[in-house]
Structures are given as C-alpha cells and as structure tokens.
Design a protein around this ligand. Structure first.
Ligand code: ADP
Ligand code: ADP
Length: 226
C-alpha cells in the first residue's frame, strides 16, 4: 500500500535557483505515474525530493497520510533506479543486490532468499558471481532493478532507467517493468523522454515545464489515442 500526496512542493537550490514551483499531485496506491517534460524542467529534482536525497524547500510530502519531509531516505520505504545503474564495480551481482539489505541488518538467510527470488524474476540467476564490468548494459540495468526489488519497497522511483539501452533491449525491459508493476503491486513514478514508454506503462502522465506541472492526464487523453 502506498498513496502519495505532494502538496505545494517547492525546491530552491542553494544557489537560489527555483527548480520546482508549487507541485501538487495525489497518487493512488499502485499507480504508474510518468513524468515527462523538457530537460531541466525539474523531473529528477522532484523524484529526488520524494526519495529524500534532496531537501524539500516548501510544501508537504505525504506517504499513506504520513508527512515524510524530514524522514531519512533509508526509512522511507522507497527504492530508486537511476539511468546510469550506479552499481558497485568491485562487488558481484549477488553482493550488489544484497548490499542494501546488509546495511539494514536483514538476516543473511532472508537476504539470500530475496536476492535469489529477484534474480529469478530478472533472469540473473546465472550471473550472480559476475562483476558489473562483465555484464551487458541490459544485464546491468536488471541488476539495478534487482537491487531495488529485493527491498520490496512500497514506492519505486525510476529516472530514465532505459535511456542507456539499445532499442531492442528497451522494448524487452519495458515489458519486464510492466510485469514487475503487476507482480509487485508497487506504486511507481517513472521519468522518461520516450513517448512509447509513457503511453504503454503509465496510468497517468504528468507533463512538467519550468518547474511547474502543466497537465496531468491518462495516456489516452493526453495523446488522443482511441
Ligand atoms: P530534469 O530532471 O527535468 O532534467 P532537473 O530536476 O535535473 O531537471 O533540474 C531542474 C533544474 O534545476 C535545472 O535547471 C538544473 O540545472 C537545476 N539544478 C539541478 N540540480 C541543481 C543544483 N544542485 N543546484 C542548482 N541548480 C540545480
Ligand atoms: P559475506 O559477503 O557477508 O561474507 P558470504 O560470502 O558468507 O557473505 O555468503 C553468504 C551466503 O550468500 C552464501 O551462503 C551464499 O548462499 C550467498 N552468496 C554469497 N555470494 C554469492 C554469490 N556470488 N553467488 C551466489 N550466492 C552467493
């Protein structure tokens, strides 16, 4: 269960630049929300504020009715997947996926179960001993997803997770992400430039420009498809 409520969210960076202005949005449990908009319009900043990686300058972030503004990132029950994977190069696939759980002092046998389950879902079972440099782009992206899945978060934030993949892999991964959304029953917020991803994955699309939400609608209404 995770509904999110963003009420008048603002971000002013230390240099005085206001990247997000009065962002209002209510997200229901299990929605797949897409953020689109030109580069620099504040999509990543908004995601990072939700994850707690960036302070919120104004407004209120609620998850399941609880104010989260000052909650530590590790206590937010949110996992974030970035476009550059951000894997630890010296760790194996297994250890990359296990790392976040180890930090949280999850018992070893439980970690093992979760890592193996995620590896099964993402077809990484044969690659657990490899280091990231011995993986393809698509495999690395799956490990990055695996690292998020093992935590079984209520909310997934994905910042252009497929933008570094070639066209064929993007299509495959898009299908994977769609299945994940169904299987995990998580609420997802997903940033993309790709209209096909937005249309096929999103329950609603948020169009941003210059730090402001311009429009929120279903893919059908937004792209005028039957
Ligand atoms: P998007 O994800 O839509 O491309 P971002 O959220 O990354 O946009 O950035 C929004 C705006 O905030 C951009 O103009 C960017 O240059 C600016 N910005 C991002 N990070 C910082 C920072 N640490 N300090 C000042 N300005 C920043
Ligand atoms: P640590 O890194 O904390 O020393 P261990 O190496 O003792 O952890 O591994 C604990 C368990 O995790 C093992 O029993 C094994 O099932 C699993 N494991 C660890 N590394 C791998 C790996 N590369 N591939 C598959 N399973 C692994």
């Amino acid at each position: 269960m995770a509904s999110l409520s963003l009420k008048g969210i603002q971000k002013v960076y230390p240099n005085g630049f206001q990247a997000v202005k009065d962002f209002n949005l209510d997200i229901e449990d299990k929605e797949f929300i897409i953020f689109v908009g030109p580069s620099g319009c504040g999509k990543s900043t908004t995601l990072r504020m939700i994850a707690g990686l960036e302070d919120i300058s104004g407004g209120t972030l609620e998850i399941d009715g609880k104010v989260m503004n000052d909650v530590e990132p590790k206590d937010r029950d949110i996992a974030m997947v970035f476009q550059n994977y951000a894997l630890y190069p010296h760790m194996t696939v297994y250890d990359n996926m296990a790392f976040g759980l180890k930090l949280r002092k999850v018992p070893k046998d439980e970690i093992d179960k979760k890592v193996r389950e995620a590896a099964r879902i993402l077809d990484l079972e044969k690659l657990l001993d490899r280091k990231p440099k011995a993986l393809s782009g698509g495999q690395r992206q799956r490990v990055a997803m695996g690292r998020a899945i093992v935590r079984n978060p209520k909310v997934f934030l994905m910042d252009e997770p497929l933008s570094n993949l070639d066209a064929k892999l993007r299509v495959q991964m898009r299908i994977e992400i769609s299945k994940l959304h169904e299987n995990l029953g998580a609420t997802i917020i997903y940033v993309t430039h790709d209209q096909t991803e937005a249309m096929t994955l999103g329950t609603r699309i948020v169009v941003m420009k210059d730090g402001v939400v311009q429009q929120v609608d279903t893919p059908q209404n937004l792209y005028n498809t039957p």
